[in-house]
Every structure is written in structure tokens, then in C-alpha cells.
Design a binder for this molecule. Structure first.
Ligand SMILES: *[C@@H]1O[C@H](CO)[C@@H](O)[C@H](O)[C@H]1NC(C)=O
Ligand SMILES: *[C@@H]1O[C@H](CO)[C@@H](O)[C@H](O)[C@H]1NC(C)=O
Ligand SMILES: *[C@@H]1O[C@H](CO)[C@@H](O)[C@H](O)[C@H]1NC(C)=O
Length: 277
């Protein structure tokens, strides 16, 4: 969905340790984000659409875009599995070019959505390529940031994953790392709370949920007023504040640990919905 800070960053990302979310909690995090992206908890491997948001064609489970480079990563991962000759191969030159130049163009990609939808529906290897690309490009950087912060609660880790997907995992103007930095900079003294998880932020003891609430404020501010003009396309971000409202609701409901394998969040209309792993 979002720009890869740089494609070079990927090899670093790929070497990170395993995620700290359990399989069940990871599944919940993915399903919650899927509600925000697609309106339901299903994974949409076959989704493909030209949104006109400046990022080329958007497709698949994480909204991979031809104009940001992440779709090209998925297709290369797929080529690795097919030996390089498959239905995307004729489009490789254009895909590579548009990824590199961050182009919004769809010229030469007339068959792209047809192929993506077909393979997304029926091809196990293509679905796997998407899953792996999502984990490598978005989940792992979020989990790595979570480890650096010393996060213990699933809700905070889920929030970083959702941010990574929408804002990108890097330190560009609205990127996940920038939001984390901005949040932590606000703590200039110990900040206690009731979550039973304490972080050390700038040498201060900060309750994890107190930190998360501040992070949600910071993210809301970026959604309403993206600092990067590339994120102002179609005023799209301002329409997605329900993502933050939903996590705020779950914080209020104390859905911190996800240990029961079932959590209550809000859907995109603000209605409570139960998500299970
Ligand atoms: C494809 O395979 C090559 C060689 O094993 C590897 O270096 C590269 O990272 C892979 N690319 C993707 C996108 O998986
Ligand atoms: C912050 O917490 C630490 C550890 O409990 C304590 O030593 C320190 O005095 C506290 N600082 C303030 C300003 O309360
Ligand atoms: C924190 O720990 C106390 C004491 O074990 C417990 O009563 C309380 O429910 C815990 N709070 C949370 C949010 O888990």
C-alpha cells in the first residue's frame, strides 16, 4: 500500500527475528486491518482496482501498488515460485519501471487486474507470495519496532501493524517510525497507568496503554493533516479516521492482550464487531 522507504531496506527487514505476536493474535491483527481496508475480515487476494490516488493500480491483501514498488515485490516473489515465466511476465518491464519512478500510470498494464484477479482467486503460489510480501514488508518492521519499544500487549502491536500497512513502516513524514518518534518525544516524565506493562521511554517509566493512547492521538493528527503531500491524494486519509476510532474503542474496552482469541473492535460504520482468530 505505502511506499517502501527504499527497496534496499528490504534485505535488512527480511532478516529480522520472528514476530512476537502468536499465530492467533497475528490472525486477529490482520483481520482487523482487513475490516478497515476491505470492509470485512476476509483476505482479498483477488482485489484489484485503479483508485486514482497517485499510486497506480492497487491490489491484493495489503493494497499493493504498482506506483510504490510493493506490488513489484509481490510479483518478483511470485516469479521466484514459478521459475519466472507466468502470466505477469509480459508486464515485468513496465512494472519495474513504474515501481522505480513511483508512477501513477497504468499504460501497458491493460491485463494486470485481469491476471491479478484470476491468480488471486485460484493460484496457491500467488496467494502465498502475497502473504509473504505482507509479512516481510509490513508486519516484520512493525514487530521489530514493537520489540525496540519493549511492547507486551497485542493491542499495541496490532496498532503498529495497521499503521505500517497504511502509513508505511519507515521514517518518511507520515511513516510509522516517525509517528513512534513523535509519540515518545511527548513523554518528559514517568506516566503511570493500569495496564501492567511499563515501557522505558526517554528514561521515563511509561505505562504501555498511556503510550498507545498518545500514539493514537498522533496518528489521528497525521490522518487529518498528512505532512507528506503524497498522502493528501483525494483527501483519502481524512476519511479513514475510523481506523483510529476503532482502536480507541478497543482500548476503552480493555482489549489489551487478545488472550481469549476473540476481541471487540468497531467496524467502519462505528458498530461493534467481534473478531476471532
Ligand atoms: C527471489 O529469489 C532471489 C534468489 O533466491 C532472492 O534474492 C530474492 O530476494 C527473491 N525475491 C523476492 C521478492 O522474494
Ligand atoms: C520515575 O520512576 C523511577 C523508577 O520508579 C523513580 O526512580 C523516579 O524517581 C521517578 N521519577 C519521577 C520524576 O517521579
Ligand atoms: C494488573 O494486575 C493486577 C494484579 O495482578 C490485576 O488485578 C489487574 O486485573 C491487571 N490489569 C490488567 C489490565 O491486566
Amino acid at each position: 500500500m505505502k511506499v517502501l522507504g527504499s527497496l534496499i531496506g528490504l534485505s535488512v527487514v527480511a532478516n529480522l527475528a520472528a514476530a512476537t505476536l502468536s499465530a492467533c493474535s497475528k490472525s486477529i491483527a490482520i483481520k482487523i486491518t482487513s475490516i478497515y481496508e476491505n470492509g470485512d475480515t476476509n483476505t482479498h487476494h483477488d482485489y484489484c482496482e485503479y483508485l486514482g490516488d497517485g499510486r497506480g493500480i492497487t491490489a491484493g491483501i495489503a493494497g499493493f501498488c504498482t506506483g510504490t514498488g510493493d506490488a513489484w515485490e509481490v510479483i518478483q516473489a511470485y516469479h521466484n515460485k514459478t521459475g519466472g515465466i507466468d502470466e505477469f511476465t509480459p508486464m515485468d518491464a513496465k512494472l519495474k519501471q513504474y515501481a522505480k519512478s513511483e508512477s501513477n500510470s497504468k499504460v501497458g498494464l491493460g491485463n494486470y487486474c485481469k491476471v491479478w484477479k484470476k491468480l488471486g482467486n485460484s493460484d496457491k503460489l500467488f496467494r502465498q507470495a502475497q502473504d509473504e510480501a505482507r509479512d516481510m514488508m509490513y508486519l516484520k518492521p512493525a514487530q521489530n519496532a514493537a520489540k525496540k519499544l519493549g511492547l507486551n500487549l497485542c493491542i499495541t502491536q496490532g496498532q503498529l501493524f495497521d499503521t505500517s500497512i497504511q502509513h508505511g513502516p519507515y521514517d518518511d513524514k507520515d511513516g510509522m517510525l516517525t509517528l513512534i518518534k513523535e509519540t515518545s518525544a511527548k513523554f518528559k516524565a514517568n506516566a503511570s497507568g493500569l495496564s501492567n506493562s511499563t515501557l522505558i521511554i526517554n528514561g521515563h517509566k511509561v505505562d504501555e496503554i498511556v503510550w498507545l493512547k498518545k500514539f493514537l492521538e498522533v496518528r489521528m493528527s497525521h490522518l487529518k493533516n498528512p505532512r507528506d503531500s503524497a498522502n493528501r491524494g483525494g483527501n483519502y486519509w481524512a476519511q479513514t479516521v475510523y481506523r483510529v476510532e476503532s482502536y480507541k474503542y478497543a482500548v476503552d474496552k480493555k482489549e489489551y492482550t487478545w488472550s481469549k482469541g476473540s476481541v471487540k473492535f468497531l467496524d467502519n460504520d462505528g458498530k461493534a464487531t467481534t473478531v476471532t482468530c
